[in-house]
Design a protein around this ligand. Structure first.
Ligand code: C2E
Ligand code: MG
Ligand code: MG
Length: 277
């Protein structure tokens, strides 16, 4: 006779075994370190080139934060941005990113665009307009600055969000919809917001050019984006066939490892100087 199922179950453990850190301990340490890093200004920005698909020249860059940690090495944003969004540290971090990227870009040898990711919390805290103005205080022309917003932060956008984004747009600063195609992809969002750029997520680009559905959707999005006067940027192009397809359907720009990984500030500056010379 088979043993009763209950007998096969492992013994119940009420507490985590002592040799493992209790749940959340690592996250608490990370949070302490993060507070310290904010106070000490320990972050760095890398810049990933955005290229024109027609000329393959660098037309801008996205600022991407990294955290050089004495024990953990170079911590990528995916490992701490969510935590910073939960505990509110993203607001001072986001302010630092805007000021630093603005000042850096103002001194580049070629006046290409600079794109900065912002988080919903910066908008909700009511500081985004101020932070953008602080970034422009470095002398950066507003037309060179662009904020990257995600669909999830815009889908429930209330009147205050719309007013803040319109005020930022009125300064001349661009507004990009990041990772388009991953979230709620509401066409109403596109209509209601003063956007200038749509970045097609790499999950859409991955299926190109062979998957008929992805090809049809991408073609339609490029056409729709252009009809709305948006600049279309493809993220995460991995192959020459994808590059050729996106160029053929009129996608304007690309940002992916195929063209360049995110670069430390001095290497991005050198790339601009080399292209200019
Ligand atoms: P994102 O804004 O969509 O940025 C693009 C991410 O895709 C970057 O990762 C970049 O390194 C990566 N990437 C670029 N080309 C390719 C490619 O060809 N293949 C693949 N597999 N990946 C590619 P990263 O730097 O790890 O940033 C991840 C995310 O963290 C960003 O996604 C953005 O949402 C967030 N993030 C980065 N910096 C900031 C920041 O300063 N503030 C906020 N709020 N979020 C940030
Ligand atoms: Mg982005
Ligand atoms: Mg993106």
């Amino acid at each position: 006779m088979p043993a009763p199922i209950a007998a096969a179950q492992p013994p119940r453990i009420d507490r985590a075994p002592a040799q493992f850190p209790e749940p959340g301990a690592d996250e608490r340490r990370l949070e302490q370190d993060l507070r310290h890093a904010v106070a000490q200004g320990q972050f760095v920005l890398h810049y990933q080139p955005r290229v024109s698909l027609a000329s393959l020249r660098t037309v801008g860059a996205e600022a991407l934060i990294r955290w050089p940690h004495r024990k953990r090495g170079m911590v990528p944003p995916g490992a701490f941005i969510h935590l910073a969004e939960r505990n509110g540290l993203i607001t001072p971090i986001g302010g630092w990113v805007l000021r630093t990227a603005g000042a850096e870009a103002a001194s580049w040898p070629v006046p290409v665009g600079i794109s900065v990711n912002v988080s919903a919390r910066q908008l909700a805290d009511g500081v985004l307009l101020e932070q953008v103005e602080a970034a422009l205080a470095s002398g950066l022309a507003p037309e060179r600055l662009e904020l990257e917003l995600t669909e999830s932060m815009l889908v429930d956008a209330g009147i205050e969000t719309l007013m803040t984004l319109s005020a930022i747009r009125d300064l001349g600063v661009g507004l990009a919809l990041d990772d388009f195609g991953t979230g709620y992809a509401s066409l109403a969002t596109l209509k209601r917001l003063p956007l200038t750029v749509m970045k097609l997520d790499r999950s859409l680009v991955q299926g190109l050019p062979h998957y008929r559905e992805d090809a049809a959707i991408t073609r339609a999005l490029v056409e729709m984006g252009h009809a709305l006067s948006l600049t279309l940027v493809a993220e995460g192009i991995a192959t020459q066939a994808q590059r050729a397809f996106l160029t053929e359907i009129g996608c304007d720009e690309a940002q992916s490892f195929l063209f360049s990984r995110p670069l430390p500030p001095e290497r991005f500056r050198a790339r601009l100087a080399a292209e200019a010379g």
